[in-house]
Design a protein around this ligand. Structure first.
Ligand code: ASP
Length: 323
């Protein structure tokens, strides 16, 4: 018998629709769902009831502390967290960065609320519970289970506003699949660097680059409150020449500047050697972060700053593609 702790935080999976609008419920309908499996003892706990746009990094820290307590006190064999899909990938990745993965931790959500035709909530919840109860699911980092696919929190992203097949892992693909009767993994995860923080620093921002981005955006960021900036750069990690000077000024002020790509697929990598090209930026001290999207790199940088790392260690931590 496996004991699974389900922590509910809100999101469409817990909401209902009426007259084409979707609203939060006082009582989470998942608590009434019949999950029948004689080998699983399911314990439900509501820890938040928020649409995921209202989830902050401080809420992620609350979820992290509850998960860590359950692991440390051996309360269960696996944990499922239900969450709104809009920021699900960020909470999942935050937990991946901050918790040692000794038992399965699985996030899930739904694209259709509990009373909509073709609602995917109970099905995804059930798939997540089965994954959390699987022996093979531990040691693979925090997982995201949606629409019969198992993804690593590190690389999964929401790709569609409404389609139930919205969660994808660009470049690398999912780690496994939920079959009718079984859970199958066909990829492992390269090791993890856990940063067990107990508070969060602010002042870490994300900027998306675009053709003609004005230098004033970077000049405004150059202030004592700013601890770090992630830039979603163009292509492999390049920027318009106009912003090179203010970025150098940020770096000179000991503000970490991290580069990821705004492309959906592929890795940021310094290749071009001209003003604003990746090689020029790296020479200036911009840190290239491989494989993460902007929102995840920003969280990772916030975790690094909150963990008290010095600039050299932050650069190494951010550069390392697998942690
Ligand atoms: N807006 C909703 C949320 O993130 C979307 C969802 O859960 O699917 O809370």
């Amino acid at each position: 018998m496996k004991k699974i702790l389900a922590l509910h935080t809100g999101g469409t999976i817990s909401m209902s629709a009426s007259n084409d609008t979707v609203k939060t419920n006082e009582q989470n309908p998942l608590l009434d769902s019949q999950f029948i499996n004689e080998n699983i003892d399911l314990v439900n706990e509501v820890i938040l009831n928020k649409p995921s746009e209202h989830i902050t990094p401080d809420d992620m820290l609350i979820i992290k502390k509850r998960v860590k307590k359950a692991i440390d006190e051996k309360e269960c064999d696996g944990i499922v967290i239900t969450h709104g899909t809009d920021t699900l990938e960020e909470t999942a990745y935050f937990l991946d960065l901050t918790i040692e993965n000794t038992i399965p931790v699985v996030l899930t959500g739904a694209m259709r609320s509990s009373n909509e035709l073709g609602s995917d909530g109970v099905y995804n919840f059930q798939s997540a519970i089965l994954t959390a109860a699987s022996d093979e699911a531990s040691g693979k980092g925090v997982l995201v289970v949606m629409n019969d696919e198992i993804h690593t929190a590190r690389f999964v992203t929401k790709t569609h506003t409404t389609n139930v097949n919205t969660f994808r892992t660009p470049t690398f693909g999912p780690l496994g699949i939920v079959y009718k009767r079984d859970i199958r993994f066909f990829q492992a995860l390269i090791n993890q660097h856990v940063c067990d923080i107990d508070h969060l620093e602010k002042g870490v921002y994300l900027i998306k680059a675009y053709a003609g981005i004005p230098k004033e955006i970077f000049e405004i960021m150059n202030r004592p409150e700013t601890k770090g900036i992630v830039i979603e750069g163009l292509g492999a990690g390049n920027l318009p020449v106009e912003v090179v000077e203010p970025i150098q000024a940020l770096i000179d002020n000991d503000i970490t500047v991290v580069m990821v790509s705004r492309c959906y697929n592929g890795l940021a990598e310094p290749i071009y050697d001209y003003a604003g090209g990746g090689i020029d930026l790296e020479r200036m001290g911009v840190v290239f972060c491989q494989g993460l999207n902007g929102q995840k790199a920003r969280l990772k940088l916030q975790v690094a700053v909150s963990g008290g790392m010095n600039s050299k260690d932050i650069a190494k931590y951010m550069r390392d593609a697998v942690s």
